[in-house]
Structures are given as structure tokens and as C-alpha cells.
Design a protein around this ligand. Structure first.
Ligand SMILES: [Fe+2]
Length: 312
């Protein structure tokens, strides 16, 4: 896998440390960068959470043991970048708690999804997003569906190529990662049909087919402890861990606009399954508004008639 075709290399040193730590703030985000990039382009920032007790391995092992199994996902870490069929993901045979305790040598990848189920984690998530909300509301109002995830990964592990519905502020707490991010509006790497599938398929089916030719279209970030990266909604990305254990904390959320966009892609996907060729999202504000009204009417009718969508 070639990873050196950097479309653009943002220099970490150019992200200045601010007085945020002294002011008791968790994040240190440049307001002008936020204004020009938010939910359009990825960017780096600093944070002050590396020493927070929530992210100690003993605490994370306890969370892996006590959180509901449905929100703890873990597998082998030596996996390909292109792993669209998640049923073929290899596992290590370890428990979630053992995976954290032996993370240094067990070649694993683990995520505590919806980690805000833990009150301490919820408090950290809310403090981070309370700092972001005043900035994001001016651009995309209606922050909602706040979600936390904690990733614990072995040296050299790979997170396959995928995209997420959430707008993300990912904080690197420990270790380092190389993150290749692609634009959601780059039709050379991401088609309308893939976006439609993402918003009509099961939430767990996030991985996508990756072709090596995509890599030259990536923006590649070297993310070290103490830094964070903003990833706009549905910007595809894949991640390679550095040579140490990595812990990172994901602050995810949606906005009214991102929810609307997802609903339109959902409707377009359903129309395409019926053999139609829907106009892409964003082609016209009036058409998108009408689609939303149609989707709401369909949802109401399905509820009234007790129709459940087919799986897949
Ligand atoms: Fe992701």
C-alpha cells in the first residue's frame, strides 16, 4: 500500500498552541480555520486531554468489561485498507478487556462505540462539544445526536477505508496515526450510489472498497498525541497506527443540515432500488425540500400501515 502521495501535508508545527489549557478549555481551535473549513475540509487543532484519567488503559479495560457488549467492537489489527465485507473481519479470540490489557502486543483494533454510556465519558464529550457548538452554530445550526467513541489500537494496526455519518472531532490522546482523508464531494473516489448505500444500509456497514489509485487524491495527516483532526461528514478515510499503542477519542455529532442531507440520500437510495435515477443531492434547494416532504410522507405511511423496510 502506497501512502506517500500526499495531496497536501498540513504541518503540525503551524498549528499554534493557544492559552486554552490555562483557561481550563479542552480544545484549542483556531476560529478562522474553523470558519473556513468546518464540515467542508479536514483540519488540525490542539487539545489538552492527554493526561485525562478517562483515557488511562486501566480505566479503558474496565470500560471494555462493563459497557454493554453491543457497543464494544474489536478485531485483529493487521487487516487490509480495503475490507468492504465486514463479515470477513478477522478476530483474535481475546475478550474486550484482555484486548485492552494486552494491546501492546496483541495486534488488535478496538472501539468503545457510544462510550457516552459511561458518565465520565459523557461529561468529557459534552465539554468538548460545548466548546465547539458556539463556532458550529454560526455555520450549521442545530447540533444534535452527540456521540463519543474511544479507539484503542495496537502498533501498526489499520482502520479500513470507510466513512461516517457524523461530523467528527477526533482527538489523539496517546501514540500517533497517519490518516488519509478524501473529500465526500470528490466523485473520482466516492459516487452518489455509494453515498446512497451508506444512508440506506445498516449502520455497522461503514467499510468501502478502496482502490490504490484513490490514494493520490488523499489529504494525509500525521496525527500526534495532543492534536486533533476535524473530519467532515462522510469524508472517506483510512488510518494506519504508528509504532506505539494508540488511544483516540472521537467527538461526533450531527446538525440539521447533515440530517437533511442524509435523509435525501436515503430517499435517493430507495428510489434507485425501485429502478429510478434520482437527481443527486444538492442539485436544487427546492427539489431537495420537496424530496424531504415526500420522505416524511412515506415514513408516516409506513408507520401507519406498519410496513417495515427489508434488511440490507
Ligand atoms: Fe471513521
Amino acid at each position: 500500500m502506497q501512502t506517500v502521495n500526499h495531496a497536501e501535508v498540513p504541518f503540525l508545527d503551524s498549528v499554534a498552541a493557544g492559552p486554552s489549557a490555562a483557561a481550563g478549555r479542552f480544545l484549542d481551535i483556531d476560529a478562522e480555520t474553523f470558519r473556513t473549513h468546518f464540515n467542508r475540509k479536514p483540519f488540525l487543532f490542539r487539545h489538552n486531554l492527554c493526561d485525562h484519567p478517562l483515557f488511562r488503559l486501566a480505566k479503558l479495560a474496565e470500560l471494555a468489561r462493563t459497557l454493554p457488549p453491543s457497543i464494544v467492537e474489536y478485531n485483529a489489527g493487521k487487516i487490509p485498507v480495503s475490507l468492504p465485507d465486514q463479515d470477513k473481519t478477522p478476530y483474535t479470540g481475546l475478550s474486550a478487556e484482555e484486548t485492552v490489557r494486552r494491546i501492546e502486543e496483541c495486534c488488535s483494533w478496538m472501539v468503545l462505540k457510544r462510550a457516552e454510556a459511561d458518565p465520565e465519558c459523557l461529561a468529557v464529550l459534552n465539554r468538548c462539544l460545548d466548546e465547539i457548538e458556539p463556532l458550529s452554530e454560526r455555520i450549521e445550526p442545530g447540533m444534535c445526536e452527540r456521540e463519543a467513541a474511544i479507539f484503542v489500537t495496537s502498533p501498526g494496526s489499520v482502520t479500513p477505508y470507510h466513512m461516517d455519518k457524523e461530523i467528527n472531532f477526533l482527538l489523539q490522546i496517546r501514540g500517533s496515526k497517519t490518516i488519509s482523508v478524501f473529500s465526500a464531494s470528490d466523485r473520482e473516489v466516492l459516487s452518489e450510489v455509494e453515498l446512497e448505500r451508506h444512508f440506506t444500509g445498516a449502520a455497522i456497514r461503514r467499510n468501502m472498497v478502496f482502490h490504490e489509485r484513490y490514494q493520490e487524491r488523499a489529504t494525509v495527516f500525521e496525527l500526534k498525541a495532543g492534536y486533533g483532526i476535524h473530519i467532515p461528514t462522510t469524508d472517506p478515510h483510512w488510518i494506519k497506527n504508528g509504532d506505539a499503542v494508540s488511544v483516540s477519542f472521537s467527538n461526533g455529532f450531527k446538525t440539521r443540515a447533515s440530517l437533511r442531507r442524509g435523509m435525501i440520500y436515503n430517499l435517493n437510495g430507495r428510489l434507485r432500488k425501485m429502478g429510478l435515477r434520482p437527481a443527486p443531492y444538492g442539485g436544487g434547494a427546492l427539489r431537495d425540500t420537496m424530496k424531504l416532504q415526500v420522505l416524511r410522507a412515506i415514513n408516516r405511511a409506513e408507520k401507519w400501515l406498519n410496513i417495515r423496510p427489508a434488511e440490507g
